[in-house]
Ligand binder design. Sequence first.
Ligand code: NAP
Length: 261
Amino acid sequence: MSDKLFSVKDQVVLITGGSRGIGKELASAFVDRNAHVIIAGRNKKTLEETATEISTVSNSAYAEICDVSKIEDVNALIKSVMTQHGRIDTLVSVAGINKRMKAESYTTDEYDYITDINAKGAWIIAQAVGKKMITQGSGSIINVDSLNTYAPLRGTTPYAMSKASVLMMTRGLANEWGRHDIRVNSIAPGFILTDLTKKVWSDETMQAWGRTNTPLKRLGKVSDLVGAAIFLASDASQFMTGQTLRVDGGFTAGINWPIEL
Ligand code: NAP
């Protein structure tokens, strides 16, 4: 926290999906490091409880209701943040959802629900914040894709497609906005225990499979993602853009044999 290279002190940090899971942990980490944090999500009660919980005596976070798939919500959010702070230094675009099932079982509405939030929503918020960052001439955007952008897990095809879109958006925006000193990177988490994945990991067979196939031999915690987010928001990553940090205990590094060699 005292190392200036990794400092996020006084940054205005907007975190979508900041009310629960990974986004909540990252919001708390930025608050602890003296950033001005705004958390956004759809549920007012959860958002406000989280804002109260992660605020400290000297630093605080506040909540803004916003569904990232709705452009009118996003425009209202950006207007409110700009009115209060006049700038956005870092966007951490965490909001995301999933529905797992056989590819042949998805309805078009279910496909739309996933891609509207994960792909279109990530685009809407990045574009809206990016416009402000272009005027500022600075900023860092941190997207969240997935281990599914490396190889899709069975039963998650629309999710994997939506996250592949986030990966390509990260590269495309980095390529276009580097000239404005805006860096765009992403974090690809591995198996992290949250509401999103609770159902999958409550199965002991799945837990054992996850541990066996992860080189670091455990599932991830939300706190495992803090280092990568602080790094990407700070000057420590000042010559890095268009990249994905895979924080997955090595899951995507290779494939395991089923026997010991
Ligand atoms: P989570 O615990 O379910 O939290 C999701 C967060 O996103 C909540 O704050 C939720 O709040 C918000 N959200 C959902 N839809 C939204 C929308 N339309 N507009 C605004 N906010 C919305 O999930 P998580 O596990 O922390 O996942 C966070 C991100 O990491 C997601 O993008 C996910 O795809 C990605 N990821 C997770 C894992 C994992 O293993 N957990 C692995 C790879 C990638 P509301 O519901 O109140 O809106």
